[in-house]
Design a protein around this ligand. Structure first.
Ligand code: ATP
Ligand code: MG
Length: 558
């Protein structure tokens, strides 16, 4: 087997990888060159991660290269902040473009020359109609468009006007340059599409050099050709643009002939992956920023503690399909748990503390117990945890009047404290409002380490921390940002989940959670996977829940 065969086997195959393999086998291409072409008008989200993994992944598997190209043709919406964030996010996801960083704006002069080339061939014209007229004469899916009264301008007049457009003689929107193709085409994209529009705006890279900017369609395929992209991979909504993509390649002296292939977008339940909506979520203050852990952005997922490996695994599981579908968010959570289960060290944290006093444990005394750091990985070692007379357990782990199948703590019941002793609840202390504030318990010294010498069994093991030897923390529990599986992007505010963030200000965590590597993921036993948030400060610990241990969301919704 060749190296390529091995790589293909490991990566799995799909229709695009099959095409690439066939093109290499037939000698159509001697190497593969792909690109990831984001528009720097927002942060990358998990849908982009799919495109990144496909483009960089295929290049890697077939020994080729993948370019990062900023599709920066719309200076009114693009910002340096986004450019920096995109580069950081692609790297974080585990990919590297090496020296192949490009910008559509690098090609503005070449694109301009090609526009003049089309004018000289009689294949482009300057149209003076207003935006409104352009829209009205474009026709619909069932009706053909109408020819512009400016369609038959002479080549000289077109060249003159186009040069004056470039020179900045006209206000925004006064004219456009259009391709002369076919106003009656069944494909609206071929009805004399706009190639250049007048936009007197400062561009982050070219400054005030340009008063006209190319359209996405006019820039995209030619940029691919300039970079000798072999396989131009995009999402299905560009299928109808392919004839135009090819029309430009056919009619311009481009240095190479890339081929466009379309595959399904990533859609996920309870999630919106529209940059327009994500921008609004940030600007309208529905979230704290682009990196709010509830956001499907790579910055948000990173802050929530999702490892990049889990995103790559998820994309691999989703696969590359020829028709659109919606992936269950549970599949994403599964991929995250798969990775974290292997790597996260186990710790004890009590999110909603209830005080327990062990009445037969001597005051002022304490002892250390052994707790393993990872049940499946002995190399992770163990740590010592302190046990004493006063502890905290989870409020949920006690019920005064338990139903039949509740095996955790209740008056008279005995449970095991993880790594420690059996305890029995003797008395319930309440405040004036009738709320349980404290449990008076006894422990059995013979059960140290968690087993009774007389062989008696308990049905539940619960986690705990020592009152004196734990640290205060704020814990942030994140739920789906949207309460509907298919949020309405047009009216997204109505579908926001009012309980997407629950802040627990009074959690108590074992001291190992305050020490240790701040960027490492941890498992709070019986709760889920957590990471430290960047809001941590000296004396202030903040944890984000990355994902729960099980799919509680699905259950709640049933
Ligand atoms: P817009 O063009 O509306 O600003 P976009 O999501 O298409 O938004 P781009 O920056 O143009 O943003 O996207 C860069 C690349 O990522 C494109 O090739 C696009 O096809 C791909 N991409 C974007 N969203 C998804 C998605 N949900 N699934 C798969 N690929 C996606
Ligand atoms: Mg786009």
């Amino acid at each position: 087997m060749t190296a390529v065969d091995t790589a293909v086997r490991e990566a799995g195959s799909d229709f695009i990888r099959d095409i690439v393999a066939a093109d290499l086998a037939s000698g159509k291409h001697t190497g593969v060159v792909t690109r990831f072409p984001p528009e720097p008008n927002g942060y990358l989200h998990i849908g982009h991660a799919k495109a990144i993994c496909i483009n960089f992944g295929i290049a890697q598997e077939f020994g080729g290269r993948c370019h990062l190209r900023f599709d920066d043709t719309n200076p009114t919406k693009e910002e340096q902040e986004y450019i920096d964030a995109i580069e950081a996010d692609v790297r974080w996801l585990g990919f590297d473009w090496g020296k192949h960083l490009y910008h559509a704006s690098d090609y503005f002069e070449q694109l301009y020359q090609w526009a003049e080339h089309l004018i000289r061939k009689g294949l482009a014209y300057v149209d003076d109609q207003s935006q409104d007229e352009l829209r009205k004469t474009r026709g619909t899916l069932t009706e053909p468009g109408k020819n512009s009264p400016f369609r038959d301008r002479s080549i000289e007049e077109n060249l003159d006007l186009f040069r004056r457009m470039r020179a900045g003689e006209f206000p925004n929107g006064a004219r456009v340059l259009r391709a002369k193709i076919d106003m009656t085409s069944g494909n609206i994209n071929l009805r004399d599409p706009t190639l250049y529009r007048i936009l007197n705006a400062t561009h982050p890279r070219t400054g005030n050099a340009w008063h006209i900017y190319p359209s996405y369609d006019f820039a995209h395929g030619q940029s691919d050709a300039i970079e000798h992209i072999t396989h131009s991979l995009c999402t299905l909504e560009f299928e109808d643009h392919r004839p135009l993509y090819e029309w430009f390649l056919d009619n311009l002296p481009v240095p190479s002939r890339p081929r466009q292939y379309e595959s399904a977008r990533l859609n996920i339940t309870y999630t919106v992956l529209s940059k327009r909506v994500l921008t609004r979520l940030v600007s309208d203050g529905h979230v704290t920023g682009w990196d709010d852990p509830r956001m499907p952005t790579l910055a948000g997922l990173r802050r929530r503690g999702v490892p990049p490996e889990a995103i790559r695994d998820f994309v691999k599981r989703v696969g590359v399909a020829k028709s659109n579908s919606i992936v269950d968010i549970a599949m994403f959570d599964f991929a995250v748990r798969e990775v974290l289960n292997k790597t996260a060290l186990r710790r004890m944290a009590v999110l909603r503390p209830l005080k327990v006093v062990i009445e037969n444990y001597p005051e002022g005394q304490s002892e250390e117990l052994d707790a393993v750091n990872h049940p499946d990985n002995p190399d992770a070692g163990s740590r010592r945890i302190k046990f004493g007379r006063e502890l905290y357990i989870e409020q949920d782990d006690f019920m005064e009047n338990p139903p039949k199948k509740f095996f955790r703590l209740s008056p008279g019941a005995e449970v095991r404290l993880r790594y420690a002793y059996f305890i029995t609840c003797k008395e319930v202390v309440k405040n004036a409002a009738g709320e349980v504030t404290e449990l008076r318990c006894s422990y059995d010294p013979a059960t140290r380490g968690g087993n009774a010498p007389d062989g008696r069994k308990v049905k539940a093991t619960i986690h705990w921390v020592s009152a004196a030897n734990s640290v205060a923390a704020e814990v942030r529990l994140y739920n789906q940002l949207f309460s509907k599986p298919d949020p309405d992007a047009g009216n997204f505010a109505a579908d926001l989940n009012p309980n997407s963030l629950e802040v627990l200000p009074d959690a108590r965590v074992e001291p190992a959670l305050a020490a240790g590597n701040p960027s490492e993921a941890v498992q709070f036993e019986r709760q889920g996977y957590f990471c430290r948030d960047r809001d941590c400060a000296p004396g202030k610990l903040v944890f984000n829940r990355t994902v729960g241990l099980r799919d509680t969301w699905a259950k709640v919704n049933k």
